[in-house]
Write a protein that binds this ligand. Structure first.
Ligand SMILES: [Zn+2]
Length: 472
């Protein structure tokens, strides 16, 4: 009985862990590596196991860094079931098809470059048919439902409070007389986030795999974020023009729409035309609306009182590119929410081109912008940007809202692990190496936890857990 990390060990993307028990092989997550071109090229490496010999996959949530290599797994011969929460399966329908399309587009672009260098063209990692096949192998389950996925392996999913459908996975493993319970955190949400409940506390495990994305950081108090948003709303009222909000399609967009609906009068939103200009975000919003049973108390009450979570009479969904282009004619009074979140692609780029040079335009940045992205340049105060070969002046006012992260912070991770009564060995996954070191020291120092950092290709032996119980 053993676990091997095949990805997201000392990095934040490409989540993938292999469990072997009683001759069966179970994969936890099968995520795409995202980031620099050099890292993404590793998505083409063969899996370190025979995909056709896997018995089942358990998927913690729909984000592409957890689900994005599933179509490739199917292409490599996997024919078994993929267990995940119902909402995650629905989100994957949108996300995996989009991922196949992006892959195709990126490969086309890469091949032009390769051609000029006299190199052989690449095939896309997978296509829409592979994605559709993967979706056909999904088996939806709900939270709290203990399910036997192969003989000797039961699982149960609990709310991880990260995006809709996100799950903590408990696994009960049996091999001859040996029984072990493994708990995989998946991605744990930021407590107090709008719409979703806080992550579930679990109290027993023989071994824990825990994410560590923000293992070295504390989020600021929510009140500071709310005050900041009120200030931005006041600023915009003083100098109204078009407002651009780049946002990730899943999670962030729905949080923003819900915040708008809640503060509709306070922020004077009735005077605006609000556009959700992203087919993917529109689909994700539908999924959030369908799963009202997963809302936290506040959102459930709001939904009950208003009959809707994000309903506003002046909210328009623009699906087609004609709808999107029509927004360009509006010079004042439009609030436009569109992807991508870091302004590296998608419809937001067109809106930036048409608006960023206006002094009454407002751009509201709601999430982390990584190095080298257009979002980062704008946040850092670029005086001009280059779009489709054209240099465009930046005259818009750039606002940033901190504190809307979808991941819990160090305190949240410490509290979640701290709830396990017997202090089981914990292996950190899904984090940058230096962040993991900080969290490991904190877990050992404050909770006397036998904390370790998972390494790619290194096996955790579940037969002999005593070897992982040192806390020095
Ligand atoms: Zn995630």
């Amino acid at each position: 009985m053993e676990i091997q990390s095949c990805g997201a060990a000392r990095e934040v993307t490409g989540s993938c862990h292999l469990i072997q028990v009683a001759g069966k092989k179970i994969l936890l997550d099968c995520g795409l590596i995202q980031g620099r071109a050099k890292d993404e090229a590793r998505n083409r490496d063969p899996f370190p196991f025979d995909a056709s010999k896997l018995d089942a996959v358990v998927l913690s949530h729909a984000h592409i860094d957890h689900s994005g290599r599933l179509p490739l797994l199917i292409k490599s011969g996997f024919t078994g079931p993929i267990y995940t929460h119902t909402a995650s399966a629905e989100l994957c329908t949108t996300l995996l098809k989009d991922s196949a399309y992006l892959n195709y587009k990126n490969t086309q672009w890469e091949n032009k470059r390769r051609q000029r260098k006299g190199k052989k063209p690449l095939q896309p990692l997978y296509d829409r048919d592979d994605a559709a096949k993967a979706l056909g192998q999904f088996k939806s389950i709900d939270y709290g439902q203990k399910t036997e996925i192969v003989p000797g392996v039961d699982i149960r999913l609990s709310d991880a409070g990260h995006i809709v459908g996100s799950s903590i996975v408990e696994l009960w493993l049996k091999e001859d007389k040996l029984q072990r319970k493994v708990v995989f955190s998946g991605d744990l949400g930021h407590r107090g986030t709008a719409i979703l409940k806080d992550f579930t506390m679990i109290d027993d495990a023989d071994l824990v795999l825990m994410e560590s994305t923000y293992g070295s950081r504390l989020h600021r108090p929510w009140q500071e974020t709310w005050d900041e948003i009120d200030q931005i709303a006041a600023d915009i009222r003083k100098k109204p023009g078009n407002v651009l909000i780049p946002a990730f399609s899943v999670g962030r967009t729905q949080n923003i729409l819900y915040m708008f609906a809640r503060n509709y009068e306070k922020w004077g939103l009735q005077k605006w035309q609000i556009f959700l200009d992203s087919p993917m975000a529109i689909e994700a919003t539908d999924i959030y609306l369908r799963h009202h049973k997963l809302y936290d108390k506040e959102a459930a009450q709001f939904w009950k009182d208003k009959g809707s979570l994000m309903g506003m009479p002046n909210l328009k969904f623009s699906r087609s590119s004609q709808d999107s282009m029509a927004i360009n004619k509006i010079q004042n009074g439009a609030i436009i929410i569109a992807g991508s979140g870091m302004m590296t692609g998608g419809r937001i780029k067109h809106h930036i081109k048409h608006n960023i040079w206006r002094s009454n335009c407002h751009l509201i940045v709601t999430g982390y912008q990584s190095h080298g992205t257009m979002g980062r340049k704008l946040v850092e105060g670029a005086k001009s940007i280059r779009l489709w070969g054209e240099r465009i002046r930046v005259k818009a006012k750039i606002h940033t809202i901190g504190g809307l992260s979808a991941h819990t912070d160090q305190k949240g991770l410490m509290d979640w692990y701290g709830n396990f009564k017997s202090r089981p060995p914990v292996f950190l996954v899904h984090g940058e190496a230096d962040t993991m070191e900080v969290l490991k020291a904190k877990l050992r120092g404050e909770l006397n936890a036998p904390a370790h950092i998972a390494r790619t290709g290194v096996t955790i032996d579940l037969n002999n857990l005593d070897q992982y119980k040192d806390t020095e």
